[in-house]
Design a protein around this ligand. Structure first.
Ligand code: IDP
Ligand code: MG
Length: 162
């Protein structure tokens, strides 16, 4: 029988999720965290930080040619951001589903952006878009000692392994 600490040892998928300054200022921290937590994903790192403009530019490096890049980086560095790492089976792809489409007008009701945001420039949350991005973003925002590995009591009920 698997011991608790061996549960899912082979499939610890992680993603980087950030509540942007608009989500923080609008008092949506608990609402957003709660959606990931209730789903059954596990929080393994969290901090509140005001990123510098340079840091924001690194985070959004892939978008540097886009016309909104400068405004986007100004915005991300305009106030506190909640930076998090969430862990669980399929968390990268399903995290994006929980978040909804980039443009809240196109996000389905029931998604975070669909329920809680209106325009693309203030869409309250960021989530890694694939395994490589997740790896890079986690490494950019967190040191390895800030990532906490633990077994939650709920895991055997969420995954049905015992
Ligand atoms: P994503 O956040 O859904 O992954 P990306 O295409 O990676 O979307 O864009 C990053 C962020 O840039 C978006 O979340 C949004 O805040 C902003 N953004 C994307 N497209 C536009 C746009 O057309 N105008 C203004 N801001 C945009
Ligand atoms: Mg993106």
């Amino acid at each position: 029988m698997l011991q608790d600490h061996q549960l899912h040892a082979a499939e610890l998928e992680r993603t980087f999720i950030a509540i942007k300054p608009d989500g923080v200022q609008r008092g949506l921290i608990a609402e957003i965290i709660s959606r990931f937590e209730r789903k059954g994903f596990k929080l393994v790192a969290i901090k509140i930080v005001v990123p510098s403009k340079e840091f924001a530019e690194k985070h959004y490096y892939d978008l540097k040619e886009r016309p909104f890049f400068n405004g986007l980086c100004d915005f991300l560095s305009s106030g506190p951001v909640i930076a998090m790492v969430w862990e669980g089976e399929g968390v990268i792809k399903y995290g994006r589903k929980l978040i909804g489409a980039t443009d809240p007008q196109k996000s389905e009701p029931g998604t975070i952006r669909g329920d809680l945001a209106v325009v693309v420039g203030r869409n309250i949350i960021h989530g890694s878009d694939g395994p490589e991005t997740a790896k890079d973003e986690i490494a950019l925002w967190f040191t390895s000692s800030e990532l906490v590995s633990y077994t939650s009591n709920a895991e055997k009920w969420i995954y049905g392994v015992n």
